[in-house]
Design a protein around this ligand. Sequence first.
Ligand SMILES: Nc1nc2c(ncn2[C@@H]2O[C@H](COP(=O)(O)OP(=O)(O)OP(=O)(O)O)[C@@H](O)[C@H]2O)c(=O)[nH]1
Ligand SMILES: [Mg+2]
Ligand SMILES: [Zn+2]
Length: 297
Amino acid sequence: MIREASEKSGLILKGIGGFYYVKTADTVLECNAKGIFRLQGIKPLAGDFVDVTESGGGYAVSRIHERENSFKRPPISNVDNFFLVVSSVEPAPNMLVIDRMTVLCEQRKIKPVILLTKTDLKKADDVVDIYSRIGYEVIDVMQDEASAVERIGEICNRNISVFSGNSGVGKSTFLNKLMPGLSLATNEISQKLGRGKHTTRAVELYEFNGGFIADTPGFSALDFERDEKIDKADLASYFPEIDAHTDGCFFTGCSHTVEKGCSVLEALQEGLIAPSRHENYRYLYEEAQRIERSRYS
Ligand SMILES: Nc1nc2c(ncn2[C@@H]2O[C@H](COP(=O)(O)OP(=O)(O)OP(=O)(O)O)[C@@H](O)[C@H]2O)c(=O)[nH]1
Ligand SMILES: [Mg+2]
Ligand SMILES: [Zn+2]
């Protein structure tokens, strides 16, 4: 949701090297952050709505208004729409990365939208099937570019949206199509590494359709360590199609991974749940369990 800026309050468009660029009602101010944030272990984020005060001849962020939500990767707050950008090839879809991201969105009560790129090079019907079946919107941007642009315009109207995904999937490339004149740097895939080159270096919000869209640095599958806490007891509720089948389980507290009389496992057998989704659920469940154990031992 876009909040109304004043002369001394506004939205952080970008934070880099200890500077924050705050869009107030009439301009963009380059600001430091007040020392109090560091003492409190809080870092202002792109997407934060903040108050600004004059400080030592310049400006400083003096208060961060309450966040509706925030992500660590990409570092951004107050997200309304999360576009998970997935390319069919270079890099090929990594279902575990996709499912980690959908879980983080669901945890924040955001329905992710999958933006599929590079289908001019290779189709990705499995991605379309798996994610549209569970109720996520999948937009193949190469299938019909004009209607993709129109649909994304509708979704992004007057709110804050983010483009996130592996390095090299084409986030910046598509944002350039969405906002002609933007001219974001894009880069070829490294032939040697077979992945993107981390061309985009910082999260940055751009004005679009009465709201803002963020381009973000890509991550690689290896980047995910344990920086996001997921409670294993809640994990099933972050997989809509698993959540829909938990009512009939024989055991209360069923983990839906191995139990007898598990209605989720039955649904999996019947083909109602995609094998990759359940496999990743299991993986994330076991990971959450390991993390919980290491925390309490
Ligand atoms: N054929 C084809 N190439 C694409 C498409 N989208 C992006 N590319 C190419 O993919 C490469 C990487 O695109 P970028 O837009 O830089 O990727 P990015 O996701 O912004 O990457 P980072 O900034 O590193 O996270 C560029 O060479 C693009 O031209 C597409 O739909 N089809
Ligand atoms: Mg980029
Ligand atoms: Zn179960």
